[in-house]
Design a protein around this ligand. Structure first.
Ligand SMILES: [Zn+2]
Ligand SMILES: [Zn+2]
Length: 189
């Protein structure tokens, strides 16, 4: 885990101490930057700005964090790897449990689709880690700079969206040619 991403002394609360959490929910509204190294995802190559806003509630068994996750950053186009602006604004709910109070996996009985369950380590909730998880959850599987992005030349790697990207002959895999025919009339022959 990388924690160096966050320079200290900037006055942002990255970790929430839940040991003193009582009946009242604890509110937070923090902005920080998540470094790409933290994300372990080749699509994100530059720091991602995040705002996490919400509240933390605890009962005897679990700590629930819910709120709103907003982000903007730059990710790589799935075809040509060019920078694409990416923004998200999503609600989130994460439940934290203490490992020792949690029954075996198959007894948890949660609707896994609805709820993201993590385990607490100590008495802190790491908002930066939560933000990194939300980025990975929200990031689309496939992002394109343009619907008609021509991608990279499979032969030389040139970006075919740029004029005169390269002079390689067209690739020969007939499956791809057939697909190209379906999508748009071929402009060259
Ligand atoms: Zn592209
Ligand atoms: Zn080429």
């Amino acid at each position: 885990m990388l924690y160096s991403a966050f320079p200290s002394g900037r006055g942002v609360r990255v970790k929430i101490d839940i040991s003193s959490l009582e009946q009242e929910p604890l509110l937070f509204d923090e902005r920080f930057t998540v470094e790409p190294e933290r994300l372990d995802n080749e699509v994100v190559a530059t720091p991602v700005k995040v705002r996490l806003e919400g509240e933390v509630r605890a009962d005897g068994e679990a700590v629930t964090v819910f709120g709103r996750f907003r982000t903007e950053g730059t990710v790589a186009c799935s075809r040509c790897l060019d920078d694409v602006q990416w923004m998200a604004d999503e609600p989130f709910t994460v439940e934290y449990r203490w490992p020792e109070k949690t029954p075996g996996d198959d007894e948890i009985g949660l609707e896994e689709e609805d709820l993201d369950v993590s385990f607490l380590e100590g008495n802190e909730i790491d908002l930066l880690e939560l933000a990194a998880e939300q980025i990975l959850l929200t990031l689309p599987m496939r992002i394109l700079c343009d619907e008609n992005c021509a991608g990279l030349c499979p032969t030389c790697g040139a970006n075919r969206n740029r004029t005169a990207a390269c002079e390689c002959p067209p690739e020969v895999d007939p499956r791809w040619l057939a697909l190209a025919d379906l999508k748009s009339p071929r402009s060259e022959s």
